[in-house]
Structure formats: structure tokens, C-alpha cells
Design a protein around this ligand. Structure first.
Ligand SMILES: *[C@@H]1O[C@H](CO)[C@@H](O)[C@H](O)[C@H]1NC(C)=O
Ligand SMILES: *[C@@H]1O[C@H](CO)[C@@H](O)[C@H](O)[C@H]1NC(C)=O
Ligand SMILES: *[C@@H]1O[C@H](CO)[C@@H](O)[C@H](O)[C@H]1NC(C)=O
Ligand SMILES: *[C@@H]1O[C@H](CO)[C@@H](O)[C@H](O)[C@H]1NC(C)=O
Ligand SMILES: *[C@@H]1O[C@H](CO)[C@@H](O)[C@H](O)[C@H]1NC(C)=O
Ligand SMILES: *[C@@H]1O[C@H](CO)[C@@H](O)[C@H](O)[C@H]1NC(C)=O
Ligand SMILES: *[C@@H]1O[C@H](CO)[C@@H](O)[C@H](O)[C@H]1NC(C)=O
Ligand SMILES: *[C@@H]1O[C@H](CO)[C@@H](O)[C@H](O)[C@H]1NC(C)=O
Ligand SMILES: *[C@@H]1O[C@H](CO)[C@@H](O)[C@H](O)[C@H]1NC(C)=O
Ligand SMILES: *[C@@H]1O[C@H](CO)[C@@H](O)[C@H](O)[C@H]1NC(C)=O
Ligand SMILES: *[C@@H]1O[C@H](CO)[C@@H](O)[C@H](O)[C@H]1NC(C)=O
Ligand SMILES: *[C@@H]1O[C@H](CO)[C@@H](O)[C@H](O)[C@H]1NC(C)=O
Length: 539
């Protein structure tokens, strides 16, 4: 079976003769290194972004501690959340201009969630120009950096998050998403002015609790009727917090457990008990109703506080007894814990303080900070007082942009795929509720050219191994559906953080958000890949 897969993959990708890999291994001495396989990052000749005004934000791309390559042109620092430049409340940004000519009229924002998580998590572990991911030895260039496609800015927000400074006690005054939107828009005005970006199309992307932030920020921006600064053209939210936990987490948990039984490996008596509880709590019946297309009316959430109905926590507890290295952000992690420079999401041993190093902070114009990737639990002292984004903010952004992507990784056990789909199916936008048919279109991801090399290495098993570097799979990777300005897309092998686990899929989704391809089912190269005849792919 495995051999068949390898063989057919080989037929598609290459024309290697497959003979006994064990015999072949010692004979083959590979001299090629990953760095020779990859074209180096193209260095910008002269920059229109470097001005007397931006000079103080310039980051020396060759002087990032522990990074032994040039990460390219970038600017970082803090800017006030209002017109008062000496306001102590500021947001930290790290801005990477793109060399892609198609990006000249765009700017794309990335936000992590939490609440209270730094967007440098996304930069370092998901989609930045260099990555230092769990279990890897040192930072590496990211062939799937989103900077290949567009101008990216990573922002730590709200105030008090990551490197964003806050006046004493200020974060605790954030009550709701209107406060979040107002502070972000205040910062954004200063950012757009500083880098002379006025008039550009603005895209906002992110994941998890940013599924609450982003629709509200986009909504706040669109409300300003000011396309010089707030020309929002689309948003993408992955594995987003958009509804109630009862729907997002509890109702779909046991169905997901049953689907991934082999991965969880829980005992029969537990499975039997948890299934009968899910039945009694009305979760299966709710799913049947909420996954009917088109939906027949608004749904009433099941009562997840009734006795025995917190099935999700019980599954996690049982799962940790069997697999103590369970990663609820990515179900297929097993022991040992991988080391992790941010201490998240893995609990591995080793330094986990990259952004807490003073040399790193100095190199990236970050204010000296006792940095934690996810911190400040004083945010929203009374909880987030805004309703879930799917109630009004998200539909309003869909109606005003007709360009919203909601992604979901099937291996995420924190915010579950079916929970997100059910939440969307309860939502009304552009005149109707939910989707008219069950999502079934196939999501196609182009093959990474380096897969030939990876396949050869995998078959040959050279000892010592030749480093392969960062790679991504391709082919049919999930299901997608577009209706009335909203695109839903699942990724089979992704966890909570889609760009981290399936970088090619995430890159493809961004190509779609930016309008570089017409849909996610289309088969063809990445828009930034060279066709084998040398011409740039024009898809
Ligand atoms: C950037 O850093 C490198 C490595 O430390 C150094 O050689 C180079 O002079 C620096 N460039 C600038 C413009 O400061
Ligand atoms: C600007 O912010 C500083 C620091 O918070 C404050 O002292 C000052 O009064 C503010 N200025 C204006 C005009 O609001
Ligand atoms: C700002 O950008 C515009 C093009 O978008 C350019 O014409 C103008 O000269 C720039 N202004 C400054 C001060 O760089
Ligand atoms: C934006 O335009 C809408 C519709 O014309 C209007 O209701 C709203 O008050 C305007 N908002 C601002 C901030 O001017
Ligand atoms: C989602 O729900 C449907 C309907 O119950 C089920 O067939 C499917 O397997 C579920 N998917 C996951 C990943 O749990
Ligand atoms: C469905 O949407 C309505 C608002 O349109 C909301 O009141 C209700 O709570 C939602 N149901 C669920 C299960 O989230
Ligand atoms: C949910 O169940 C709890 C515990 O049985 C009960 O106190 C509460 O009233 C129920 N909520 C609803 C909305 O039925
Ligand atoms: C089966 O799993 C449950 C949940 O972890 C546990 O309470 C129970 O003891 C297990 N049964 C056996 C025989 O270990
Ligand atoms: C960050 O560094 C400071 C000293 O610079 C230290 O006191 C603090 O414990 C560190 N934080 C973490 C999470 O390691
Ligand atoms: C997707 O785009 C391709 C190429 O433009 C087109 O042929 C195809 O019909 C489109 N499919 C859908 C489902 O829109
Ligand atoms: C990103 O750009 C580099 C340099 O042009 C290129 O080698 C790489 O293939 C690009 N990545 C993708 C996914 O197209
Ligand atoms: C090169 O290949 C691309 C993609 O297969 C194709 O669209 C293009 O027409 C080819 N160009 C030439 C000059 O053959």
C-alpha cells in the first residue's frame, strides 16, 4: 500500500527508478543541501519604503540573532493608538514589504488570537519569512512565506499584548470589540501615514480568537467610510472563535472523537459512556439539524452546562492519560514533546525565550519587555462584552467586501471543523441563512517543486540524512465551498494553525483572498512558481 502510494507519487512528480531502498542507501552520497535546492530570497535593489520618516524603524535583515541568513527588508517598532504620538498606549508592528509586483497596491495584516497572544507567534511559526518551528534546530528560510505574495504586517494587539506597550492599568479598560476596533484603527492611521500606504487595499488575516477581533476591526474600519486608510477588501479567519463554545466545541466533540478513534486510542467503556452522554445532551440531534443544507431555521444551542455535558474536557482528560503529549491544536502529535522556542504549543524542554532575549528585542526595535507569547490575562476584565462575531460583525463584513474566507484544520480539537461549519450555517448574510448545499468542492494545493527531492531522500534513506528544510504537501487537501461572498475551506492534515501544519494550503488560500486565482478548486501552479519552461505561471 505504502509502496503503491510512493510509486504513484513518483509517477506524478518524477521518473525515479524505485529499487530496493535499503540496498541503495549506502551507495548514494548526496552532496546537495537544502540551501542549494532553494533559490535564495531575492534581495530588493532599492526601496521606496526607506525614507527619513521610516529610517528609525528599519531592521537589519542580516543581524537577527541566531538567524544565519538575510531575512530581507523590514521595519519594526511601535506607533500610538491615536493622534497623540506620546501616548503610552502603542501597538508594536513588524512590516515586511514584498517584491511581488502584484502586491504594489495592497497591505495585509496578520493577527494571532488568545486573547493576549502575540502575532510574532504567526511570524516565527506559521507564515513569516523565517520560521523556527517546534522540534527544529534553528531558524530557517520559509519557502511559503506570505511575503512572497504580499506586503505583510504583523501587529501585536490589543495594547499590553506581546511587545505592545500600555499605560499602567490600561489593558484592563478594554471592554469589548469596539474598543479593540477603535484602538487598532487609531494605530492603523499612523502606520499608513508613516509608510505612505494611503489608498491601498487592506486585507486582514489571522486565526483563533482573531476570528472575533478581525470581523470587528474590519467592520470598524469599513464604518469610517474612508478608503484612503480603511479600504478593506477582504478578510481570512482560520479556526476562528466566532460563536458559542456549545456549538464550536462541545456539540461536535464526540463525533470528531469517533472519527479519529485510532488516533485517540481510548478504551471501549469510555467511548461507550461518552457517546451515550452526547446522545443524552442532544449533541447528535443538534448536529443533524445544524448540518442540514440549506438550514430550515435558526438553531438553539444545546445546553452544555447540564450535568455530564462537558464532554470535551472529559475527552481531553482521558486522552492525556493515554497520550500525555496530546496537542489539542494538532491531534496527531505524540511523545516526546518537541522543543519549542516560544514554549507554545509544545511543552518540550529547552530554551523557549527567543523573543524574550534582549539582543533579539534590540534587533527588532521592540521595547525592552518581559515577553510572553500569550500573556496578559487582565485583558477584558469582565470578559469580552461583544457578542460572537458571527452574530453581526462577520455577516456585515461579508456583505461589504464579498471576500471572506473561513478556514478550518480537521486536526484541530480546540475549535472543531464541524462546530465552525454549524456556526456559519446559523448565520444570515447577503439575504439568506447558511449554505444552500453541503460543501463538497475539492480544495487543490499545487505541489512544492522540492517534493521530488524529498521523495528521493525518503526512499534512499541516506545515512547521515541530507537536510531537506521546510516543505509542504500538495494535491487535493480538503473541501471548499463559496456562496454569497463567503468561502469555506477545510484542510485535512492541518491543526489549529493552518500555515504551521500545511503551509502550501495556507499560501494557496492567501492567493485566493488576494484575487490572484479565481477559486480554490482550480488546478495549476502557485502564482509565484516558475513553469518548467521557465515562464512565470500566469493563473
Ligand atoms: C547589518 O548587519 C550585518 C551583520 O551584523 C552587518 O555586517 C551590516 O553592516 C549591517 N548593515 C547595516 C546597514 O547596518
Ligand atoms: C499625550 O499622552 C501623554 C502620555 O499619556 C499625556 O501626558 C498627554 O497629556 C497627551 N497629550 C494630549 C494632547 O492628549
Ligand atoms: C507616496 O506614494 C505615492 C505613490 O503611492 C508617491 O507618488 C509619493 O511620492 C509618495 N510620497 C512620499 C512622501 O514618499
Ligand atoms: C458612513 O456612511 C454611512 C452610510 O452612508 C453613514 O450612515 C455613517 O454615518 C458614515 N460614517 C461615518 C463615520 O461618517
Ligand atoms: C462532521 O459531521 C458530519 C455529520 O455528523 C460527520 O459525518 C462528519 O464525519 C463530521 N466530521 C468530523 C471531522 O467530525
Ligand atoms: C443562531 O443565531 C441567532 C441569531 O440570529 C442566535 O440568537 C442564536 O443563539 C444562534 N444559535 C446558535 C446555536 O448559536
Ligand atoms: C442548563 O443546565 C443547567 C444545569 O442543569 C441549568 O441550571 C440551566 O438552567 C440550563 N440552561 C438552560 C438554558 O436550559
Ligand atoms: C478507560 O478510560 C477511562 C477514562 O480515562 C478511565 O477512567 C478508565 O479507568 C479506563 N479503563 C481502564 C480499564 O483502564
Ligand atoms: C524574560 O526575561 C526576563 C529578564 O530579562 C526574566 O525576568 C523573565 O522571567 C523572562 N520571562 C520568561 C517567560 O522567560
Ligand atoms: C474555478 O476556476 C477555473 C479556472 O478559472 C474554472 O475553470 C472553474 O470553472 C472554476 N470552478 C468553480 C467551481 O468556480
Ligand atoms: C517564494 O519566492 C522564492 C523566491 O522567488 C521562490 O523560490 C519560492 O518558490 C516562492 N515560494 C512559492 C511557494 O512560490
Ligand atoms: C509554459 O508553461 C505554462 C504552464 O504550463 C503555460 O501556461 C505556458 O503557455 C508555457 N509557455 C510557453 C512559452 O510554452
Amino acid at each position: 500500500m505504502l509502496l503503491t502510494i510512493l510509486l504513484s507519487a513518483c509517477l506524478v512528480l518524477c521518473s525515479l527508478a524505485v529499487d530496493n531502498p535499503h540496498k541503495r542507501a549506502p551507495k548514494r552520497v548526496h552532496k546537495t543541501h537544502a540551501s542549494q535546492i532553494r533559490r535564495p530570497l531575492v534581495k530588493r535593489q532599492e526601496s521606496s519604503y526607506l525614507t527619513p520618516q521610516t529610517k528609525k524603524f528599519a531592521v537589519n535583515g542580516s543581524a537577527i540573532p541566531l538567524v544565519d541568513f538575510d531575512i530581507g527588508e523590514s521595519y519594526a517598532g511601535t506607533l500610538s493608538i491615536d493622534h497623540n504620538s506620546s501616548n503610552l498606549n502603542q501597538l508594536y508592528f513588524w512590516f515586511f514589504p514584498s517584491n511581488n509586483p502584484a502586491a504594489s497596491d495592497e497591505i495585509t495584516i496578520w493577527l494571532n488570537g488568545g486573547p493576549g497572544c502575540s502575532s510574532l507567534d504567526g511570524l516565527l511559526q506559521e507564515n513569516g519569512p523565517f520560521l523556527w518551528q517546534s522540534g527544529t534546530y534553528k531558524p530557517q528560510p520559509n519557502p511559503f512565506t506570505w511575503v512572497n505574495l504580499t506586503n505583510m504586517v504583523y501587529v501585536d494587539q490589543p495594547i499590553g499584548t506581546g511587545f505592545s506597550p500600555a499605560a499602567p492599568g490600561a489593558p484592563a479598560k478594554i471592554r469589548n470589540e469596539v474598543d479593540i476596533g477603535r484602538d487598532f484603527a487609531g494605530f492603523w492611521l499612523n502606520f499608513m501615514n508613516t509608510f505612505n500606504l494611503t489608498g491601498r487595499k487592506v486585507y486582514i488575516t489571522g486565526e483563533s480568537y482573531a476570528g472575533q477581533y478581525i470581523p470587528y476591526i474590519a467592520s470598524y474600519m469599513l464604518d469610517q467610510n474612508n478608503t484612503d486608510y480603511f479600504n478593506v477588501k477582504g478578510i481570512q479567519i482560520n479556526d476562528p472563535s466566532i460563536g458559542s463554545d456549545a456549538v464550536l466545541i462541545q456539540a461536535p466533540a464526540v463525533t470528531a472523537l469517533n472519527n479519529y478513534q485510532n488516533i485517540f486510542a481510548l478504551n471501549q467503556s469510555f467511548l461507550h459512556d461518552i457517546n451515550s452522554r452526547a446522545e443524552r445532551c442532544g449533541y447528535f440531534q443538534f448536529m443533524e439539524e445544524a448540518l442540514t443544507f440549506p438550514p430550515t431555521g435558526k438553531f438553539t444551542a444545546p445546553n452544555d452546562t447540564a450535568p455530564g455535558c462537558d464532554v470535551w474536557d472529559d475527552i481531553i482528560a482521558a486522552a492525556v492519560y493515554v497520550n500525555p503529549c496530546l496537542n489539542l491544536y494538532h491531534l496527531t502529535d505524540f511523545c516526546p514533546f518537541l522543543s519549542d522556542e516560544l514554549g507554545f504549543p509544545s511543552l518540550g524542554v529547552g530554551p523557549n525565550n527567543y523573543f524574550n532575549r534582549s539582543d533579539v528585542q534590540a534587533a527588532i526595535n521592540a521595547p525592552p519587555t518581559n515577553y510572553v507569547v500569550c500573556g496578559d490575562d487582565s485583558l477584558f476584565p469582565n470578559g469580552d462584552e461583544s457578542p460572537p462575531s458571527s452574530f453581526t460583525a462577520l455577516p456585515s463584513v461579508i456583505e461589504r467586501t464579498n471576500n471572506v474566507l473561513v478556514g478550518s484544520g480537521l486536526l484541530d480539537f480546540l475549535l472543531l471543523t464541524n462546530g465552525t461549519l454549524m456556526t456559519l450555517n446559523n448565520m444570515t448574510w447577503n439575504g439568506r441563512q447558511g449554505f444552500s448545499k453541503a460543501p463538497s468542492d475539492l480544495f487543490y494545493v499545487p505541489y512544492d517543486p522540492s517534493l521530488n527531492f524529498v521523495l528521493a531522500e525518503t526512499e534512499n534513506q541516506p545515512i547521515p540524512a541530507v537536510p531537506v528544510g521546510l516543505v509542504a504537501g500538495g494535491g487535493i487537501m480538503g473541501t471548499t465551498h463559496t456562496e454569497r461572498g463567503l468561502t469555506w475551506v477545510t484542510v485535512d492534515l492541518a491543526g489549529h494553525e493552518i500555515p504551521q501544519y500545511t503551509p502550501g494550503a495556507a499560501y494557496r488560500q492567501l492567493e485566493f483572498l488576494l484575487g490572484r486565482i479565481s477559486n480554490l478548486t482550480e488546478i495549476g501552479l502557485f502564482t509565484t512558481q516558475q513553469a518548467s519552461n521557465g515562464s512565470t505561471a500566469s493563473l
